[in-house]
Design a protein. Structure first.
Length: 120
């Protein structure tokens, strides 16, 4: 159960963080939210241990230079809307339908979603 903060002092804002990772020599960037450095550090360490990745760097998005600031990156862990698999190393595949914002782990899941949800 989520507790609602009663005082403004109880609110701890989360910041958007970027992490640059490498797997099999191929670097990629993901984003996530954390309340501070130690939570971000813990999130990154847990993630790399679970997925056997190498960390190149991580920092608050607001402290990154302009090349990173105005771009949205995939989340550190994404959930495929169709098969409910957690994925993170591949780029999410968007739905064919331009009015649909869902993301998928594979073209197969995206095609099945499109067939059931959007074809008439």
């Amino acid at each position: 159960m989520v507790e609602v903060a009663k005082n403004e002092e109880d609110l701890i804002p989360t910041e958007k963080w970027l992490v640059s990772l490498r797997k099999d020599g191929k670097p990629f960037i993901r984003q996530f939210r954390a309340e501070g450095y130690y939570e971000a550090y813990d999130t990154v360490l847990t993630h790399i241990e679970k997925h056997r990745l190498e960390v190149l760097w991580f920092k608050e998005k607001r402290d990154c230079d302009h090349r990173y600031m105005n771009k949205n990156y995939p989340d550190l862990e994404s959930v495929c809307v169709y098969c409910i698999a957690i994925f993170n190393e591949t780029e999410p595949i968007p739905c064919y339908d331009e009015n649909c914002n869902t993301k998928f782990c594979s073209k197969t899941c995206m095609k099945e979603h499109y067939k059931f949800r959007h074809k008439k």
